[in-house]
Write a protein that binds this ligand. Structure first.
Ligand code: C2E
Ligand code: MG
Ligand code: MG
Ligand code: MG
Length: 285
């Protein structure tokens, strides 16, 4: 499938069959060595302001280039990495690689913008997370304001006291926080105002049928109003069509991410896009 679709296909992976338990075990064994074998790569998906056409950030999305299976989806291996604890070294690699890349972009004179890194539940709950992040920023030279951490709504709500404390420490450092997959978890809205968030990301599941499903319009409208009321930036995930884009415009959403504007890009492609943007200041949308 990856070949059929040509370039910009870093989101494509995995054979269509389900994994047998022996294959799962094999995957787990391979995952242990994937880091040292250099089989991971990051792709970057831009986030775009729909009013100005400016790129406002890049989200790092992990890919595992398995020699036999090809590109394996993070949805497949992150749960295994979580269970085995491998998520710690892998997550650290992601953080370092994304920060280093962003620092290189900034140093080469491109418009500075945050790079976003996804954190899984276990990473989020690791005791020395704040220290780890400070270390990576120090090591790569990236300013904290050019790093965004994306945590899912579900992860944030597991232990709200813990989350509140942790997010406040991160905010003190100057890091941005985005609440990912918003609308799929069970937020008590009273907690939202206690979290120092910068961004709400409306989950793709509400965007998918936006133009045909009145209930999804109602949900999107409510989330956007909620975000604005709390002075948060609202990003719609998974925007694939111009109709969805028009609908989000009408709803006054300011940023989008999705295949309509761009698939996740290789570092080289992402660099080229940022260079083009720097020349034009904005991209046609
Ligand atoms: P996410 O953070 O919500 O990322 C959005 C996912 O939607 C990505 O899938 C992206 O490729 C995909 N996507 C973007 N635009 C569209 C679109 O228009 N249509 C459709 N159908 N899909 C779109 P991906 O890269 O497979 O990642 C899946 C999830 O895996 C992510 O969801 C995130 O939770 C997790 N993940 C990815 N990279 C990392 C990582 O480095 N560390 C951790 N802990 N989790 C990661
Ligand atoms: Mg994300
Ligand atoms: Mg998401
Ligand atoms: Mg999602």
């Amino acid at each position: 499938r990856a070949k059929e679709k040509g370039r910009n296909t870093y989101e494509v992976y995995t054979p269509s069959f389900d994994l047998l338990s022996s294959e799962l075990l094999d995957l787990e064994n391979r995952l242990h060595r994937a880091l040292e074998l250099g089989e991971f790569m990051l792709t970057y998906q831009p986030k775009v302001n729909i009013k100005t056409g400016e790129i406002k950030g890049m989200e790092a999305l992990l890919r595992w280039n398995h020699p036999e299976l090809g590109l394996v989806s993070p949805a497949k291996f992150i749960p295994i990495a979580e269970e085995t604890g491998l998520i710690m070294p892998i997550g650290e690699w992601v953080l370092k690689t994304a920060c280093r890349q962003n620092q290189a972009w900034i140093e080469s004179g491109l418009s500075p913008m945050p790079v976003a890194v996804n954190l899984s539940v276990r990473q989020f709950q690791q005791p020395n997370l704040v220290k780890k992040i400070a270390q990576v920023l120090e090591e790569t030279g990236l300013e904290a304001r050019y790093l965004t951490l994306e945590i899912t709504e579900t992860a944030a709500m597991l232990d709200v006291d813990f989350t509140r404390k942790l997010l406040r420490e991160l905010e003190k450092m100057g890091v941005n926080i985005a609440l990912d997959d918003f609308g799929t978890g069970y937020s008590s809205l009273s907690y939202l105002k206690q979290f120092p968030l910068h961004t709400l990301k409306i989950d793709r599941s509400f965007v998918k049928d936006l133009t045909v499903e009145p209930a999804d319009i109602a949900i999107a409208r409510a989330v956007i109003a909620l975000g604005h009321g709390l002075h948060l930036n609202v990003v719609a995930e998974g925007v694939e069509t111009v109709e969805q884009l028009d609908c989000l415009r009408m709803l006054d959403c300011e940023e989008i991410q999705g295949y309509f504007f761009s698939h996740p890009l290789s570092p080289q492609e992402a660099t080229q896009l940022l260079q083009r943007m720097c020349l034009q200041q904005q991209v046609p949308i």
